[in-house]
Design a protein around this ligand. Structure first.
Ligand code: GLV
Length: 334
């Protein structure tokens, strides 16, 4: 019987994916609820030809150099800023991710945060829990309207587009900033492309959906926050470091913007004593935008199928650096 390939899985993921990997490979699973340390990750990856990784695992060039036998890194996420894709490509390692299956769920969380922050939901919950609710109040916890407001979407990929679709149901006016202008999108989604400055100045809600890279690191800083309306709400369901955290704390504290709704933060996890946690106009949830039962099952299945496809010499459903496969297919004459 042929020996099964050694594969490392860096956390317990839903059985829908784990069972596929367990059946087809010699799986080594990191069972701790916290991520492996860099040294523990090295141990886990010893002899592994495939790795199913999470966004908390840093897969950089030195790590790839220490594991030259690796053929595939399959990330259990649509984002892949934890992986040095250029280094992986250079070393012939396929990098896979989980797009599409989480688009609606993630856009839903951006919308949830938008509404929760605008309508002061967590402040209201605290108010009731703290026993402060004594009567109906004409000026109690006044928020901002969503219906008919202007939503600015920064980054118009799959999730940004899904959010636009949802927002149309709320009769929102839609502005978009993206470095790539899709000529068909304006009509298809009813959006208007504008500069980042115009978007920040004109929007009542600004929702961030760009990938994290050198160009987008702290793209929203003090200057950008100052351009926003004092009644506006910032939502981040992308990656924490696209916003300058200190600048955001000041903007929220000084009333430069009305509120923020954050699924992601910098740092992550956010310590409980961080200013963003104690500011009443900041609603923070722990990076759970794709966290529904069905979506996490789909992500697990897709991540497992991607991993196994590469190991079987097949084309995975989602690959970030297809060049690697083209090269290996060329080399093997297929
Ligand atoms: C989660 O943040 C993801 O990238 O899937």
């Amino acid at each position: 019987m042929a020996t099964k390939p050694r594969v490392a899985v860096t956390r317990i993921i839903p059985d829908a994916g784990l069972d596929l990997i367990r059946d087809a490979t010699d799986m080594r699973l990191w069972k701790d609820p916290l991520p492996p340390s860099p040294a523990e990750l090295d141990d886990l990856l010893a002899d592994a030809v495939g790795a199913l990784t999470l966004l908390t695992d840093k897969i950089d060039d030195p790590l790839l150099a220490r594991h030259p036998q690796l053929r595939v890194v399959s990330n259990f996420a649509v984002g892949f800023d934890n992986v040095d894709v250029d280094a992986a490509t250079e070393r012939g390692v396929a990098v896979c991710n989980t797009p599409d299956v989480l688009t609606g769920t993630t856009a839903e969380m951006a919308f949830t945060l938008m509404m929760a922050a605008a309508r002061r939901v967590s402040e209201g919950v605290d108010y009731v829990r703290d026993g402060k609710w004594k009567t109906w109040g004409p000026t109690l916890l006044l928020g901002q309207d969503i219906v008919g407001a202007t939503l600015g979407i920064v980054g118009f990929g799959r999730i940004g587009r899904e959010l636009a679709r949802m927002a149309r149901g709320f009769n929102m006016k839609l502005l978009v900033y993206d470095t790539y202008i899709d000529p068909t999108a304006a009509d298809e989604f009813g959006v208007t492309y504008v500069s980042l400055g115009n978007l920040l100045q004109e929007s009542d809600f600004v929702s961030l959906h760009m990938a994290l890279n050198d160009d987008t690191y702290q793209m929203i800083g003090a200057d950008e926050l100052r351009m926003m309306k004092p009644t506006s709400v910032l939502v981040n369901a992308a990656r924490g470091p696209v916003v300058d955290t200190d600048a955001l704390v000041s903007a929220l504290r000084d009333g430069e913007i009305f509120a923020a709704g954050l699924d992601v933060t910098d740092p992550e996890p956010l310590p409980a004593d961080h200013s963003l946690v104690s500011l009443p106009n900041c609603t923070v949830v722990p990076h759970i935008a794709s966290a529904t039962v069905v979506t996490r099952d789909r992500m697990a299945t897709l991540a497992a199928r991607n991993l196994l496809a590469v190991l079987n010499g097949d084309t995975p459903e989602a690959i970030v650096n297809p060049k690697v496969l083209e090269r290996s297919q060329r080399d093997s004459g297929t």
